[in-house]
Design a protein around this ligand. Sequence first.
Ligand code: 9MR
Length: 369
Amino acid sequence: MLSKNHVITLKAAAFLSLSILHGTGYAQKIPSLKDTFKKDFGIGTALNNAQIDERDPETTAFIVRQFNMATPENIMKSALIHPKWDTYNFEMADKLVAFGKKHNIKINGHTLVWHSQLPPFIRGIKSADSIRTFFTDHIKTVAGRYEGKVYSWDVVNEALNEDGTMRKSVFLQYLGDDFVTEAFRLAQQAAPKTELYYNDYNNEQPAKRAGCLALLKKVKEAGVRIDGVGIQGHWHVGRVPLKDIEESILQYSAMGLKVMFTELDIEVLPRNFQGADVGQRMAANAQSNPYPDALPDSVQQQLAADYEALFKLFLKHKDKVTRVTFWGVNDGDSWLNGWPVRGRTNYPLLFDRKNQPKPAFGKVIALKK
Ligand code: 9MR
C-alpha cells in the first residue's frame, strides 16, 4: 500500500520528468528528420500563422531542428494574398520569407492557381477578359515579388478530376484547357530562377495519373518550363497505395520531372472516400470520432508500419524524390481534425500534440540506422 506521501512524491517525480522532457533543450534530444535524411531528400512541413509569427519559441526551435523546407498552409492562397481586385496583402507571406531566411528553411510557395480559396470578387466576374486579367496580374505580381525569395512554387494546384479529365474550375470555364500551360509560362517569365511545380492529390492513382502525365507533357511540349510534380499524399492507415506510388515515381521521373510528396499525412479516422477535395464533407455521427483520448495501440502500430513502408520506398527512389513535406508539424495542427467532419481528434503525423515522437517516427528514423 502506498502512503499519501509516497503518492505525492511519485506525482512530483512524474511532473519533473515531464518538465525535463518539455523544457529547454527538449527539441535537441530527439533525432532530427532533416539531418537523418540530409543526403536523401528535403524534409518539409506546412506552417500556419502562429508558427510563422514565432508565437512560441519552443515550437520554433522544434520546427528548425526537424525541417529544412516549408510550405505555407494558407497564407499565400489567392483569397488571402489578393483579397480585392487591386489589393494585395503580403504581410504574412513576407514574414514567412523572413522566417525561412533566418532559419535556413527553403520556402515552397503555395499556390498561384487553384480553384479553391479564391478571393470573393471572383464570383462577380462573368467575362473571360476579366478572368484573364486577374489570372495574369496575380501570377506576375505574386511570383514576381517572391522571385529569389522562395525556392519553388506550386504553380497550379488540383486541376484534375479523379478520372484524369480537367476539373470544371473557373479557369477552365473561361480560359480553356490551356490555362495550365499559360500559368507556367507566366510564372516562368515572372520567376525565371524559381522551381515550378504542378501539385495534386490522388495523382498516383492510375486514371488520374494518366491525365496528369498527359497534362504535364502538354506543358513541356509547348516549350514551357516545369520542374517537378507534387503528389500530395493524403492517405489512409492500412491502405497506403505503395504500388501506385512507386509506379508514379517512375513514370513522372521518366518525363524528366522531380517528384515530391508535398502534403503527407495518414488519416486514421473513418472516412467513406479518398483524397483531399476540400469541397467534400461528411456528416458527423456516433462513430465518426472514435479516439477522442488516445490512439489504440493496434492503429498506432499500423500507422508506424505504413510510414516505415513509405519511407523505405522514398529511400529506394531517393535519386528521383527530392522532397517529403508533412501537412502540419504535429497531430494537433492537422487540418484532418476539422475535415471532412468538424471537431474530430486525428493522429495523422509523426509527432503527437506535445511534439513527442510517435512510434512511426522511430520506425522512419530507424531506416537510416
Ligand atoms: O490545410 C489547409 C486548411 O487549413 C484549409 O482550411 C484548406 C482550405 O481549402 O486547405 C488546406 O490545405 C489544402 C492544400 O492547400 C491543398 N491540398 C489539400 C489541402 C488539405 O485540404
